[in-house]
Design a protein around this ligand. Structure first.
Ligand code: NAP
Ligand code: MG
Length: 508
């Protein structure tokens, strides 16, 4: 540590970090870290400081061919798809243990890549391990014999659930570990082999997951990792030796991938953007709502796909809701994501920071009222170059404003008013469903039946009542522009299976 960094806490904290990966020149192919073919490199930037602290190869078509070729051979000729599901589940359980051993390096690498507060990233290893264990528990489902009688005429059908093949797993930067693991775990249990492409800003934390996979003894070629730009992602989607694509990311990129997969008739799962609403029913307990508000509406500095960033407040309690939301958000500490007390970190990238500030400007220009925040945050202590936007609450938002319609993906909440005269929730439901997206949603209310009735009317893939969390065992997916297909649960496993029916009779 130099004298200069000692005076600047954020830089001193970073100088003291001992992360396993910073500048690397290899990718993971055929069970080993292997030098990349090309010489191009992409930087890894700490969004809290703006400093370049790492770099990775900008993968070339040759790198991609090597990675996909490795996965193809492991699928076509290797043992992995031929093991029993229980044998593969035993590997998943070992991976879970290896992931847990690496919890600190996973958390700190994730935080340094994308600025997720450590209070958030500290949970990544446990969550990833939980996902591996959950899918391991589904081995019995795959092994259960499935024989179905013909409705008439005799004979029976044996239904096989076979691995779909070589899978391309493409992830965004907001949860760089778990948005891969939620694809990797079911793919592995099913017997598939994979090629992973992380997002350009967050290529390093996933290497720690690869180390866990290798330490668990997963055979060579089953899991491969390339790094590179969206161009490499596009080439991976279209690669002739790929059988299935699983993508999480933005709606515009998802559309391009869907088009490519449509042309190729290649199965694809898409988890895309959202613009979800929290309906505050007239009888809601606002103190209790305050306790879960940041988790459900501003998680990860607003960079979470399913959070409900539109708060729909009843006219009868509008100012009360605005006060509560404003106080709750203003009380969350913004600062160095490495500080365990930090609630709000920076935007993950400079381009995201600019996008969020443009949305804040557009909200102000369209007449929304910023009750807290509303500008870039000026932080000291070494964070001057970071991509911080003040957590912002906009009241008096109307349905036609851009901030109300488009996914912002930053620390910005919108509060809209609905007419609850006579206890009606019609306008709230209409506002919630008036979006191209359909990913998450929330209902806050004190009457369980009334809350459930409203949740049932929301046109979306998941809804929370008085809290929101994803459950490994329940399907998660978006409707409309939020995606195609589901992850999590047995439904998520099915996306990595190909069915075959063998119809048989004892005699012709
Ligand atoms: P993005 O720009 O769509 O990128 C996602 C991934 O796709 C990255 O690895 C990216 O590589 C790659 N990519 C870019 N262009 C591609 C192409 N033409 N073909 C194939 N791959 C391509 O998304 P992001 O900005 O990283 O992430 C934020 C978005 O993800 C938000 O919209 C958010 O709502 C969504 N999200 C959805 C969920 C969900 O489960 N529904 C969860 C989290 C986030 P580069 O990074 O190199 O460009
Ligand atoms: Mg992007």
């Amino acid at each position: 540590m130099t004298a200069a960094t000692q005076d600047v806490p954020a830089l001193a904290a970073r100088a003291a970090l001992n992360l396993p990966y910073t500048h690397v020149d290899d990718i993971f192919i055929d069970g080993a870290w292997t030098p990349a073919r090309g010489t191009g490199r992409n930087p890894v930037i700490d969004p809290a400081t703006g400093e370049v602290w790492g770099s990775v190869p900008d993968g070339t078509p040759e790198d991609l061919d090597a990675a996909v070729g490795s996965a193809r051979r492991a699928f076509d000729d290797g043992e992995w798809p031929r093991l029993t599901p229980s044998e593969r589940a035993a590997y998943l359980l070992r991976i879970a243990e290896e992931v847990e051993k690496r919890a600190e390096e996973l958390s700190l690498t994730n935080t340094r890549e994308n600025g997720s507060p450590v209070s958030e990233s500290a949970g990544a290893a446990a969550n990833a391990a939980g996902i591996f264990r959950y899918f391991a528990s589904l081995a019995g489902y795959l092994e259960r014999e499935d024989v179905r009688a013909f409705p008439k005429g005799g004979g029976e059908s044996v239904v096989r659930r076979e691995p779909i093949g070589v899978c391309a797993l493409i992830a965004p930067w907001n949860f760089p570990i778990n948005l891969v693991v939620i694809k990797l775990a079911p793919a592995l249990l099913a017997g598939c082999t994979v090629v992973i492409k992380p997002a350009s800003p967050t290529p390093l934390s996933l290497r720690v997951i690869i180390d866990a996979v290798a330490a668990a003894g997963v055979p060579a070629g089953v899991v491969n990792l390339v790094t590179g730009s969206g161009r490499l992602g596009d080439a991976l989607v279209k690669h002739p030796a790929v059988d299935k694509v699983a993508f999480t990311g933005s709606t515009p990129v998802g559309r391009k991938i869907a088009a490519a997969c449509g042309e190729l008739l290649r199965p694809v799962t898409l988890e895309l953007g959202g613009k979800s609403s929290a309906i505050v029913l007239p009888d809601a307990d606002l103190d209790a709502m305050s306790e879960v508000l940041i988790r459900s509406s501003m998680r990860n500095t607003g960079q979470t796909c399913y959070i409900s960033t539109r708060i729909l407040a009843p006219a009868s309690r509008y100012e009360e809701v605005v006060d509560m939301v404003t106080r709750t958000i203003a009380a969350g500490k913004q600062g160095d994501p490495l500080d365990p007390d930090t609630v709000f970190g920076p935007c993950a990238t400079e381009s995201q920071y600019k996008t969020v500030l443009e949305y804040v400007e557009s909200g102000l220009a369209e007449g929304a009222r910023a009750t807290t925040g509303g500008r870039a945050a000026a932080l000291g202590g070494g964070l001057e170059g970071g991509y911080f936007v003040e957590p912002t609450v906009f009241a008096d938002v109307t349905a036609d404003m851009r901030i109300s319609r488009e996914e912002i993906f930053g620390p910005v909440l919108c509060i809209l008013k609905y007419d609850d005269a006579g206890g009606s929730v019609e306008e709230a439901v209409a506002l919630a469903n008036n979006t191209e997206f359909g990913l998450g949603g929330l209902v806050f209310g004190s009457d369980p039946e009334a809350s459930l009735a409203v949740a049932d009317r929301m046109d979306t893939g998941s809804v929370g009542i008085n809290f929101f969390a994803s459950n490994h065992a329940a399907p998660f997916g978006g409707r409309h522009d939020s995606g195609l297909g589901t992850e999590y649960g047995i439904e998520g496993l099915n996306a990595y299976l190909s069915y075959k029916s063998i119809h048989r009779r004892a005699k012709p």
